[in-house]
Design a protein around this ligand. Structure first.
Ligand SMILES: Nc1nc2c(ncn2[C@@H]2O[C@H](COP(=O)(O)OP(=O)(O)OP(=O)(O)O)[C@@H](O)[C@H]2O)c(=O)[nH]1
Ligand SMILES: [Mg+2]
Length: 445
Protein backbone atom coordinates (compact mmCIF):
# COMPACT_ATOMS: atom_id res chain seq x y z
CA UNK A 1 0.00 0.00 0.00
CA UNK A 2 1.23 3.50 -0.81
CA UNK A 3 2.35 5.57 2.15
CA UNK A 4 0.14 8.56 2.92
CA UNK A 5 1.76 11.94 2.22
CA UNK A 6 2.50 14.34 5.08
CA UNK A 7 0.62 17.63 5.19
CA UNK A 8 1.60 20.38 7.63
CA UNK A 9 -1.46 22.37 8.59
CA UNK A 10 -1.19 25.58 10.57
CA UNK A 11 -4.26 26.78 12.43
CA UNK A 12 -4.21 30.54 12.19
CA UNK A 13 -6.80 33.17 12.80
CA UNK A 14 -8.24 35.93 14.87
CA UNK A 15 -7.45 36.09 18.59
CA UNK A 16 -9.92 34.10 20.67
CA UNK A 17 -11.70 32.83 17.56
CA UNK A 18 -11.42 29.17 18.63
CA UNK A 19 -8.20 28.05 16.89
CA UNK A 20 -7.06 25.87 19.76
CA UNK A 21 -10.56 24.51 20.39
CA UNK A 22 -10.68 23.47 16.73
CA UNK A 23 -7.21 21.88 16.95
CA UNK A 24 -8.32 19.92 20.04
CA UNK A 25 -11.49 18.77 18.29
CA UNK A 26 -9.58 17.62 15.20
CA UNK A 27 -6.99 15.80 17.32
CA UNK A 28 -9.62 14.21 19.56
CA UNK A 29 -11.83 13.00 16.77
CA UNK A 30 -8.90 11.77 14.69
CA UNK A 31 -7.74 9.75 17.68
CA UNK A 32 -4.62 11.64 18.82
CA UNK A 33 -5.98 12.95 22.11
CA UNK A 34 -7.36 10.09 24.11
CA UNK A 35 -10.57 10.15 26.07
CA UNK A 36 -8.89 10.17 29.48
CA UNK A 37 -7.26 13.53 28.78
CA UNK A 38 -10.57 14.91 27.58
CA UNK A 39 -12.31 13.60 30.68
CA UNK A 40 -9.68 15.25 32.87
CA UNK A 41 -10.36 18.58 31.20
CA UNK A 42 -14.08 18.05 31.38
CA UNK A 43 -13.92 17.43 35.09
CA UNK A 44 -12.06 20.73 35.40
CA UNK A 45 -8.98 19.21 37.09
CA UNK A 46 -6.52 21.05 34.90
CA UNK A 47 -8.25 24.36 35.05
CA UNK A 48 -8.11 27.42 37.21
CA UNK A 49 -11.35 27.72 39.11
CA UNK A 50 -11.96 30.97 37.22
CA UNK A 51 -11.91 29.17 33.88
CA UNK A 52 -14.96 27.75 32.30
CA UNK A 53 -15.22 23.99 32.06
CA UNK A 54 -15.69 24.57 28.36
CA UNK A 55 -12.13 25.72 27.92
CA UNK A 56 -10.90 22.71 26.02
CA UNK A 57 -8.03 24.80 24.71
CA UNK A 58 -6.13 23.97 27.91
CA UNK A 59 -5.48 20.46 26.51
CA UNK A 60 -2.91 22.03 24.21
CA UNK A 61 -1.64 24.72 26.59
CA UNK A 62 1.97 24.13 27.45
CA UNK A 63 2.65 26.68 30.18
CA UNK A 64 0.84 27.81 33.32
CA UNK A 65 0.80 31.31 31.88
CA UNK A 66 -1.03 30.08 28.78
CA UNK A 67 -3.60 28.23 30.89
CA UNK A 68 -4.10 31.21 33.21
CA UNK A 69 -4.43 33.72 30.42
CA UNK A 70 -6.41 31.36 28.20
CA UNK A 71 -4.16 32.38 25.30
CA UNK A 72 -1.85 30.49 22.99
CA UNK A 73 1.59 32.11 23.09
CA UNK A 74 3.79 29.53 21.37
CA UNK A 75 3.43 27.09 18.53
CA UNK A 76 2.05 23.70 19.56
CA UNK A 77 2.75 20.73 17.30
CA UNK A 78 0.63 17.56 17.15
CA UNK A 79 -0.02 14.81 14.66
CA UNK A 80 -3.14 13.11 13.36
CA UNK A 81 -4.21 10.81 10.54
CA UNK A 82 -6.94 11.44 7.99
CA UNK A 83 -8.06 9.20 5.14
CA UNK A 84 -5.51 10.78 2.80
CA UNK A 85 -2.81 12.41 4.94
CA UNK A 86 -0.51 12.26 7.92
CA UNK A 87 -1.29 15.68 9.37
CA UNK A 88 1.17 17.80 11.31
CA UNK A 89 -1.19 20.16 13.08
CA UNK A 90 0.43 23.40 14.22
CA UNK A 91 -1.69 25.49 16.58
CA UNK A 92 -0.48 29.07 16.26
CA UNK A 93 -0.89 32.09 18.49
CA UNK A 94 -2.61 35.17 17.08
CA UNK A 95 -1.11 38.66 17.07
CA UNK A 96 0.87 40.05 18.86
CA UNK A 97 2.94 36.83 18.83
CA UNK A 98 4.07 37.45 15.28
CA UNK A 99 7.46 35.81 15.69
CA UNK A 100 5.92 32.41 16.45
CA UNK A 101 3.18 32.89 13.90
CA UNK A 102 5.57 33.58 11.01
CA UNK A 103 7.78 30.69 12.07
CA UNK A 104 4.77 28.36 12.02
CA UNK A 105 3.59 29.62 8.64
CA UNK A 106 6.99 28.92 7.13
CA UNK A 107 6.65 25.27 8.20
CA UNK A 108 3.15 24.75 6.80
CA UNK A 109 1.71 23.56 3.49
CA UNK A 110 -1.78 24.74 4.23
CA UNK A 111 -3.42 27.16 6.62
CA UNK A 112 -6.80 26.82 8.27
CA UNK A 113 -7.79 30.39 9.08
CA UNK A 114 -10.35 30.60 11.88
CA UNK A 115 -12.65 33.63 11.87
CA UNK A 116 -14.99 34.61 14.69
CA UNK A 117 -18.62 34.81 13.53
CA UNK A 118 -19.75 36.83 16.55
CA UNK A 119 -20.98 40.31 15.71
CA UNK A 120 -18.12 42.79 16.09
CA UNK A 121 -15.49 40.10 16.77
CA UNK A 122 -14.81 39.36 13.11
CA UNK A 123 -14.69 43.07 12.27
CA UNK A 124 -12.27 43.84 15.13
CA UNK A 125 -9.80 41.21 13.91
CA UNK A 126 -9.66 42.33 10.27
CA UNK A 127 -6.25 44.10 10.47
CA UNK A 128 -4.66 41.03 12.07
CA UNK A 129 -6.19 38.63 9.61
CA UNK A 130 -4.90 40.79 6.75
CA UNK A 131 -1.34 40.50 8.12
CA UNK A 132 -1.72 36.72 8.34
CA UNK A 133 -2.99 36.32 4.79
CA UNK A 134 -0.12 38.49 3.52
CA UNK A 135 2.35 36.35 5.43
CA UNK A 136 0.98 33.08 4.05
CA UNK A 137 1.21 34.52 0.54
CA UNK A 138 4.73 35.92 1.03
CA UNK A 139 6.09 32.69 2.48
CA UNK A 140 5.02 30.51 -0.43
CA UNK A 141 1.39 31.10 -1.50
CA UNK A 142 0.28 28.54 1.07
CA UNK A 143 -3.22 27.21 0.34
CA UNK A 144 -5.83 28.51 2.78
CA UNK A 145 -9.16 27.20 4.05
CA UNK A 146 -11.23 29.76 5.95
CA UNK A 147 -13.52 28.58 8.75
CA UNK A 148 -16.19 30.87 10.14
CA UNK A 149 -16.38 29.54 13.70
CA UNK A 150 -18.93 29.97 16.53
CA UNK A 151 -21.80 29.68 14.02
CA UNK A 152 -24.14 28.52 16.80
CA UNK A 153 -23.59 31.85 18.57
CA UNK A 154 -25.08 33.70 15.58
CA UNK A 155 -27.89 31.15 15.29
CA UNK A 156 -26.28 29.60 12.19
CA UNK A 157 -27.24 32.72 10.25
CA UNK A 158 -26.68 32.45 6.51
CA UNK A 159 -26.69 36.26 6.22
CA UNK A 160 -23.86 36.59 8.75
CA UNK A 161 -21.87 33.84 7.04
CA UNK A 162 -22.28 35.43 3.60
CA UNK A 163 -21.25 38.82 4.98
CA UNK A 164 -18.01 37.39 6.40
CA UNK A 165 -17.39 35.28 3.29
CA UNK A 166 -17.64 38.29 1.01
CA UNK A 167 -15.34 40.42 3.20
CA UNK A 168 -12.71 37.69 3.61
CA UNK A 169 -12.72 36.91 -0.11
CA UNK A 170 -11.96 40.58 -0.79
CA UNK A 171 -9.08 40.60 1.71
CA UNK A 172 -7.76 37.31 0.29
CA UNK A 173 -7.69 38.64 -3.27
CA UNK A 174 -6.21 42.01 -2.28
CA UNK A 175 -3.32 40.42 -0.44
CA UNK A 176 -1.68 38.32 -3.05
CA UNK A 177 -4.14 35.54 -3.93
CA UNK A 178 -5.49 37.50 -6.93
CA UNK A 179 -6.74 34.56 -8.94
CA UNK A 180 -7.69 32.19 -6.16
CA UNK A 181 -11.16 31.36 -4.96
CA UNK A 182 -11.34 31.35 -1.19
CA UNK A 183 -12.81 28.20 0.38
CA UNK A 184 -14.97 29.41 3.28
CA UNK A 185 -16.69 26.92 5.60
CA UNK A 186 -19.13 27.62 8.47
CA UNK A 187 -18.27 25.58 11.60
CA UNK A 188 -18.85 25.35 15.32
CA UNK A 189 -15.79 23.88 17.06
CA UNK A 190 -17.29 24.01 20.53
CA UNK A 191 -20.58 22.33 19.57
CA UNK A 192 -18.52 19.64 17.92
CA UNK A 193 -16.53 19.04 21.10
CA UNK A 194 -19.72 18.95 23.10
CA UNK A 195 -20.93 16.14 20.86
CA UNK A 196 -23.41 18.05 18.70
CA UNK A 197 -22.32 16.88 15.27
CA UNK A 198 -25.43 17.75 13.28
CA UNK A 199 -24.42 21.25 12.34
CA UNK A 200 -20.77 21.55 13.37
CA UNK A 201 -19.60 20.81 9.81
CA UNK A 202 -16.12 19.74 10.88
CA UNK A 203 -15.87 15.97 10.42
CA UNK A 204 -19.14 15.33 8.62
CA UNK A 205 -21.13 17.66 6.36
CA UNK A 206 -23.87 19.49 8.27
CA UNK A 207 -27.01 17.38 8.34
CA UNK A 208 -29.17 19.21 10.88
CA UNK A 209 -31.90 21.73 10.24
CA UNK A 210 -29.87 24.80 11.25
CA UNK A 211 -27.52 24.67 8.29
CA UNK A 212 -30.02 23.61 5.67
CA UNK A 213 -28.69 26.47 3.55
CA UNK A 214 -25.16 25.02 3.44
CA UNK A 215 -26.10 21.48 2.40
CA UNK A 216 -25.74 20.07 -1.07
CA UNK A 217 -22.23 19.15 -2.13
CA UNK A 218 -20.45 21.79 -0.07
CA UNK A 219 -17.56 20.42 1.95
CA UNK A 220 -17.13 20.08 5.69
CA UNK A 221 -13.66 20.96 6.99
CA UNK A 222 -12.30 17.38 6.90
CA UNK A 223 -13.51 16.88 3.31
CA UNK A 224 -11.83 20.15 2.32
CA UNK A 225 -8.56 18.96 3.87
CA UNK A 226 -8.79 15.51 2.26
CA UNK A 227 -9.41 16.98 -1.16
CA UNK A 228 -6.17 19.01 -1.15
CA UNK A 229 -3.34 18.02 -3.47
CA UNK A 230 -0.42 16.32 -1.77
CA UNK A 231 2.54 18.70 -1.48
CA UNK A 232 5.65 18.09 -3.55
CA UNK A 233 8.52 17.34 -1.22
CA UNK A 234 12.08 17.42 -2.48
CA UNK A 235 13.43 14.06 -1.28
CA UNK A 236 15.94 14.28 -4.12
CA UNK A 237 17.79 17.30 -2.69
CA UNK A 238 20.51 17.07 -0.04
CA UNK A 239 19.37 17.13 3.58
CA UNK A 240 18.29 20.40 5.23
CA UNK A 241 16.56 20.52 8.62
CA UNK A 242 15.40 23.82 9.98
CA UNK A 243 15.53 23.83 13.80
CA UNK A 244 12.60 25.37 15.64
CA UNK A 245 13.20 24.20 19.23
CA UNK A 246 16.30 23.25 21.20
CA UNK A 247 16.34 21.25 24.44
CA UNK A 248 19.21 20.66 26.81
CA UNK A 249 18.44 17.30 28.45
CA UNK A 250 21.04 16.98 31.19
CA UNK A 251 23.78 18.09 28.82
CA UNK A 252 22.48 16.14 25.83
CA UNK A 253 21.48 18.15 22.80
CA UNK A 254 17.96 17.50 21.48
CA UNK A 255 16.48 19.52 18.65
CA UNK A 256 13.04 19.65 17.08
CA UNK A 257 12.57 20.80 13.51
CA UNK A 258 11.24 20.21 10.06
CA UNK A 259 13.04 18.26 7.37
CA UNK A 260 12.68 20.69 4.51
CA UNK A 261 14.57 18.67 1.90
CA UNK A 262 16.20 15.28 1.61
CA UNK A 263 16.23 12.19 3.80
CA UNK A 264 17.61 11.84 7.33
CA UNK A 265 19.13 8.51 8.38
CA UNK A 266 20.54 7.39 11.69
CA UNK A 267 24.03 7.08 10.26
CA UNK A 268 24.09 10.60 8.68
CA UNK A 269 27.01 12.74 9.86
CA UNK A 270 25.49 16.08 10.70
CA UNK A 271 26.79 19.64 10.39
CA UNK A 272 25.28 22.62 12.19
CA UNK A 273 25.06 25.92 10.29
CA UNK A 274 25.98 28.66 11.01
CA UNK A 275 29.20 27.85 12.78
CA UNK A 276 32.41 29.87 13.13
CA UNK A 277 34.54 26.95 11.95
CA UNK A 278 34.25 25.31 8.56
CA UNK A 279 34.70 21.98 10.31
CA UNK A 280 32.79 22.27 13.59
CA UNK A 281 32.78 19.31 15.99
CA UNK A 282 30.99 16.48 14.22
CA UNK A 283 27.52 15.49 15.33
CA UNK A 284 26.32 11.91 15.38
CA UNK A 285 22.68 11.02 15.64
CA UNK A 286 21.67 9.12 18.76
CA UNK A 287 18.00 8.88 17.89
CA UNK A 288 15.30 10.18 15.57
CA UNK A 289 11.69 10.37 16.71
CA UNK A 290 8.50 11.33 14.94
CA UNK A 291 5.80 12.16 17.43
CA UNK A 292 7.63 10.22 20.20
CA UNK A 293 8.00 7.12 18.02
CA UNK A 294 11.60 6.13 17.33
CA UNK A 295 12.43 5.68 13.65
CA UNK A 296 15.58 4.88 11.67
CA UNK A 297 14.79 7.27 8.85
CA UNK A 298 12.67 10.38 8.20
CA UNK A 299 12.18 12.51 5.14
CA UNK A 300 11.22 15.91 3.77
CA UNK A 301 7.93 17.22 5.14
CA UNK A 302 8.25 15.45 8.50
CA UNK A 303 8.69 17.08 11.89
CA UNK A 304 11.38 15.28 13.85
CA UNK A 305 12.97 15.28 17.28
CA UNK A 306 16.64 14.39 17.05
CA UNK A 307 19.03 13.58 19.87
CA UNK A 308 22.60 14.41 18.90
CA UNK A 309 25.91 13.20 20.22
CA UNK A 310 28.33 16.13 20.13
CA UNK A 311 30.81 18.12 22.17
CA UNK A 312 28.98 21.32 21.19
CA UNK A 313 27.43 23.16 24.09
CA UNK A 314 23.61 22.97 23.64
CA UNK A 315 23.33 26.62 24.66
CA UNK A 316 25.12 27.59 21.43
CA UNK A 317 22.42 25.95 19.32
CA UNK A 318 19.46 28.19 18.49
CA UNK A 319 16.17 28.02 16.58
CA UNK A 320 16.73 29.11 12.99
CA UNK A 321 19.97 27.10 12.67
CA UNK A 322 20.08 24.37 10.06
CA UNK A 323 21.30 20.76 10.09
CA UNK A 324 22.66 19.19 6.94
CA UNK A 325 24.66 16.17 5.81
CA UNK A 326 28.39 16.84 6.18
CA UNK A 327 29.12 14.59 3.24
CA UNK A 328 26.51 15.83 0.78
CA UNK A 329 26.51 19.54 -0.12
CA UNK A 330 26.34 20.73 3.48
CA UNK A 331 24.68 24.07 4.29
CA UNK A 332 27.21 26.92 4.15
CA UNK A 333 27.22 30.17 6.09
CA UNK A 334 25.80 33.10 4.15
CA UNK A 335 27.27 36.53 4.64
CA UNK A 336 24.89 38.51 2.40
CA UNK A 337 22.45 37.81 -0.40
CA UNK A 338 20.71 39.34 -3.38
CA UNK A 339 16.93 39.27 -3.53
CA UNK A 340 14.01 40.34 -5.67
CA UNK A 341 11.54 42.08 -3.40
CA UNK A 342 8.11 43.69 -3.40
CA UNK A 343 7.69 46.73 -1.16
CA UNK A 344 4.59 46.90 1.04
CA UNK A 345 5.83 49.54 3.51
CA UNK A 346 3.65 52.65 3.63
CA UNK A 347 6.56 55.12 3.85
CA UNK A 348 9.67 55.04 1.61
CA UNK A 349 12.98 53.73 2.93
CA UNK A 350 16.67 54.05 2.01
CA UNK A 351 19.86 52.03 2.29
CA UNK A 352 20.56 51.15 5.91
CA UNK A 353 16.92 50.24 6.70
CA UNK A 354 17.10 47.33 9.12
CA UNK A 355 13.77 45.53 9.69
CA UNK A 356 13.13 42.08 11.20
CA UNK A 357 13.68 39.24 8.76
CA UNK A 358 11.80 35.90 8.81
CA UNK A 359 12.71 32.89 6.74
CA UNK A 360 12.17 29.17 7.52
CA UNK A 361 12.37 29.00 11.32
CA UNK A 362 14.92 31.82 11.49
CA UNK A 363 14.31 35.30 12.74
CA UNK A 364 17.01 37.98 12.76
CA UNK A 365 17.48 41.55 11.58
CA UNK A 366 18.69 42.26 8.10
CA UNK A 367 20.04 45.50 6.62
CA UNK A 368 19.44 46.88 3.12
CA UNK A 369 22.99 47.42 1.83
CA UNK A 370 22.34 48.25 -1.80
CA UNK A 371 19.52 48.91 -4.26
CA UNK A 372 20.34 47.83 -7.82
CA UNK A 373 17.20 48.46 -9.78
CA UNK A 374 13.56 49.17 -9.06
CA UNK A 375 10.43 49.14 -11.17
CA UNK A 376 6.85 50.15 -10.86
CA UNK A 377 4.23 47.50 -10.12
CA UNK A 378 2.08 48.42 -13.08
CA UNK A 379 4.61 49.77 -15.60
CA UNK A 380 7.35 47.24 -15.00
CA UNK A 381 9.31 48.49 -18.01
CA UNK A 382 9.86 51.86 -16.27
CA UNK A 383 13.06 50.84 -14.54
CA UNK A 384 15.14 52.97 -12.24
CA UNK A 385 18.83 52.01 -12.00
CA UNK A 386 20.48 52.62 -8.66
CA UNK A 387 17.41 54.20 -6.97
CA UNK A 388 17.84 56.41 -3.90
CA UNK A 389 14.83 55.01 -2.07
CA UNK A 390 12.14 52.36 -2.44
CA UNK A 391 8.43 53.07 -2.23
CA UNK A 392 5.25 51.10 -1.68
CA UNK A 393 4.18 49.19 -4.76
CA UNK A 394 7.67 48.90 -6.25
CA UNK A 395 9.63 45.80 -7.13
CA UNK A 396 13.39 45.94 -6.67
CA UNK A 397 16.59 43.94 -6.73
CA UNK A 398 18.52 44.56 -3.53
CA UNK A 399 21.51 43.39 -1.50
CA UNK A 400 20.72 42.37 2.07
CA UNK A 401 23.11 41.75 4.94
CA UNK A 402 21.94 39.85 8.02
CA UNK A 403 23.18 40.85 11.46
CA UNK A 404 25.16 37.60 11.76
CA UNK A 405 25.95 34.83 9.31
CA UNK A 406 22.90 32.66 8.64
CA UNK A 407 21.82 29.86 6.36
CA UNK A 408 19.57 30.77 3.44
CA UNK A 409 19.64 29.63 -0.20
CA UNK A 410 18.39 30.71 -3.57
CA UNK A 411 14.77 29.97 -4.25
CA UNK A 412 15.84 27.88 -7.27
CA UNK A 413 18.16 25.58 -5.32
CA UNK A 414 16.37 25.02 -1.97
CA UNK A 415 12.90 26.64 -2.28
CA UNK A 416 11.97 26.54 1.46
CA UNK A 417 15.12 28.55 2.25
CA UNK A 418 14.62 31.14 -0.46
CA UNK A 419 11.36 32.93 0.44
CA UNK A 420 11.23 35.53 3.16
CA UNK A 421 9.29 38.39 4.66
CA UNK A 422 10.41 41.43 6.61
CA UNK A 423 8.41 43.40 9.14
CA UNK A 424 8.54 46.27 11.53
CA UNK A 425 6.02 47.62 14.02
CA UNK A 426 3.89 44.52 13.52
CA UNK A 427 3.43 45.17 9.78
CA UNK A 428 4.90 43.26 6.88
CA UNK A 429 7.00 45.79 4.97
CA UNK A 430 8.75 43.67 2.33
CA UNK A 431 8.63 40.18 0.91
CA UNK A 432 10.95 38.56 -1.52
CA UNK A 433 12.85 35.68 -2.98
CA UNK A 434 16.58 35.09 -2.78
CA UNK A 435 18.33 34.96 -6.14
CA UNK A 436 22.03 34.85 -5.16
CA UNK A 437 23.88 34.05 -1.95
CA UNK A 438 27.41 35.11 -0.96
CA UNK A 439 29.35 32.95 1.40
CA UNK A 440 32.02 35.66 1.39
CA UNK A 441 31.81 39.40 0.54
CA UNK A 442 29.59 40.05 -2.50
CA UNK A 443 31.34 41.06 -5.75
CA UNK A 444 31.88 44.81 -6.30
CA UNK A 445 29.53 46.38 -8.78
N1 LIG B 1 -19.61 29.91 21.22
C1 LIG B 1 -18.52 29.31 20.83
N2 LIG B 1 -17.39 29.48 21.52
C2 LIG B 1 -16.28 28.87 21.09
C3 LIG B 1 -16.27 28.05 19.93
N3 LIG B 1 -15.01 27.58 19.74
C4 LIG B 1 -14.27 28.10 20.75
N4 LIG B 1 -15.02 28.87 21.56
C5 LIG B 1 -14.63 29.58 22.78
O1 LIG B 1 -13.80 30.69 22.42
C6 LIG B 1 -12.84 30.92 23.46
C7 LIG B 1 -11.45 30.97 22.84
O2 LIG B 1 -11.12 29.66 22.37
P1 LIG B 1 -9.63 29.24 22.00
O3 LIG B 1 -9.73 27.93 21.32
O4 LIG B 1 -8.72 29.38 23.14
O5 LIG B 1 -9.31 30.41 20.95
P2 LIG B 1 -7.93 30.74 20.25
O6 LIG B 1 -8.27 31.33 18.92
O7 LIG B 1 -7.05 29.54 20.25
O8 LIG B 1 -7.35 31.87 21.21
P3 LIG B 1 -5.85 32.47 21.16
O9 LIG B 1 -4.92 31.34 20.91
O10 LIG B 1 -5.63 33.07 22.50
O11 LIG B 1 -5.85 33.50 20.08
C8 LIG B 1 -13.00 29.79 24.48
O12 LIG B 1 -13.77 30.25 25.55
C9 LIG B 1 -13.75 28.72 23.69
O13 LIG B 1 -14.54 27.88 24.52
C10 LIG B 1 -17.51 27.85 19.23
O14 LIG B 1 -17.62 27.13 18.24
N5 LIG B 1 -18.57 28.50 19.73
MG1 LIG C 1 -5.15 29.31 20.91
Amino acid sequence: MLEKPTLSVIILGQANSGKTTLAVQLLHSLGTINSSIMERVESGMQLDSSDSIRNYASVLSRTKDEIKRGRTMNLVYSMAETKHFHLNIIDAPANPFLKSMFRGISQANIGIVVLDAEIGAFEAGIPNITTMIRATYCLGSIQLIFCVNKMESVDYSKTRFMEIKSEITKIYKNNGYKNGNATVIPISALSSLLGNHNDDNILEPACGSKMEWYKGGRPCLLDAINSLKAPLYRYDLPLRISISKVFNLKGALVVFGKIETGILKLETEIRLTPHKKQFPPSMKIESIAICRKLVREAKAGQLVTIQLKTSLNPSNVKPGMVLSDFNNDYAKEVHSFKADIAVLRESPFRRGYNPTFNIHSLQTSCKFKDFYVSSNTIKRYERDENPMELRKGQYATVLLKPKNQIYVATVYSYPPFGRFLMWDNGNICVFGVITEVYTDSPPRR
